[in-house]
Design a protein around this ligand. Structure first.
Ligand SMILES: C[S@@+](CC[C@H](N)C(=O)[O-])C[C@H]1O[C@@H](n2cnc3c(N)ncnc32)[C@H](O)[C@@H]1O
Length: 312
């Protein structure tokens, strides 16, 4: 049965209010991705400071033959957090699957992206599933079974604290059959200067992306965040091995919504994103704990990024 939209909207509002009213206010990063946020993220991937996309792309290009050989044609690719399906485009040209399923929370952006994929690969069976990866992912019942490749690029796994990441990897593991695999991109620990520049670019696109979450929350909650009262902050928390993004109040300010309000002091912050950075051995350990017994790991020469192909 499809989810009841009123119940979904109520649960969403409850979740957002709980985050805003917590002692340390927070907004979950999944709310970045309204249509404007998805387009801003696309711009981020092209910034000179944002090495992640081009490094992952280069690793996959270098190992395309090995990947094609290991996966073989005719598989079913399931991309979690598919976004603009740009990486799926290259992957499909490399391994020639029979079926592609894009899974994402951003419905309109996803539909547009899969439509583009259908035009480019007319013989590929292209599906879309609008879902929150934090829930159990329900795939179309008529999806071919066997030889499923779950694709989770972009170091999106870094948005989850290690224990939550383990839970998500276990859910992704359940999507692969006994003969399936997981292809996942993971950002690695590196110099603080390189990491911090990637999340605070000179052109201010990441700042615009971070602030846009307030516009999305205003719509979802009928709230009245004044974007001019907030500024982008990001830094590398070495102890936790994660980039943190926050929105910091430029002045004392209040936000209200139909059922309540919250006052923020000047310089008080709303935590909007974590992006965990891994060491190869630590991520390999997480894969093992999630039920992936074997893996190969490809990295770039600078060891900035890793792509793991893991099998149950
Ligand atoms: C960092 S972008 C990565 C996009 C693309 N895969 C890439 O590598 O460039 C994260 C994507 O995951 C989606 N996303 C974020 N949180 C999600 C969640 N909880 N459930 C489903 N999709 C989510 C976003 O809408 C966005 O398209």
């Amino acid at each position: 049965m499809p989810p009841d939209p009123t119940a979904t909207a109520t649960a969403t509002a409850r979740e957002i209010v709980a985050g805003l009213c917590a002692a340390q206010a927070s907004i979950a990063p999944k709310y970045f991705y309204d249509t404007a946020g998805s387009a801003l993220f696309e711009q981020i991937t092209q910034l000179p400071e944002y090495y992640l996309t081009r490094t992952e792309r280069a690793i996959m290009a270098t190992h395309a033959d090995a990947l094609a050989l290991r996966i073989g044609p005719g598989a079913t690719v399931i991309e979690a957090g598919a976004g603009n399906c740009e990486k799926a485009r290259t992957l499909c040209a490399t391994i020639r699957p029979r079926c592609f399923v894009g899974v994402d929370i951003a419905a309109a952006f996803l539909q547009q992206a899969v439509a583009g994929l259908r035009r480019e690969f007319p013989s590929l069976d292209v599906r879309s599933v609008v879902a929150d990866l934090l829930d159990e992912i329900v795939l179309p019942a008529d999806l071919p079974s066997g030889r499923r490749l779950v694709f989770y690029p972009g170091s999106s796994i870094g948005n989850f604290a290690p224990e939550a990441a383990l839970g998500l990897l276990q859910r992704l593991r359940r999507l692969t059959d006994a003969d399936g695999a997981l292809l996942i991109g993971v950002d690695l620990v590196k110099s603080k200067a390189i990491l911090e520049a990637a999340y605070d670019d000179a052109a201010g696109v990441t700042a615009a992306f971070n602030l846009n979450v307030l516009r999305h929350i205003n719509r979802l909650l009928t709230a009245d965040f004044d974007l001019a009262h907030w500024r982008h902050r990001s830094f590398f928390n070495e102890e936790q091995s994660r980039i943190e993004m926050h929105l910091e109040a430029r002045c004392a300010t209040q936000v209200s919504w139909p059922t309540g309000c919250r006052n923020f002091r000047r310089a008080e912050r709303i935590h909007t994103e974590n992006s965990y950075k891994y060491r190869v051995a630590d991520f390999a350990g997480l894969l093992r704990r999630a039920g992936f017994g074997r893996h190969v790991c490809w990295t770039d020469a600078q060891q900035w990024f890793a792509v793991f192909l893991a099998e149950p």
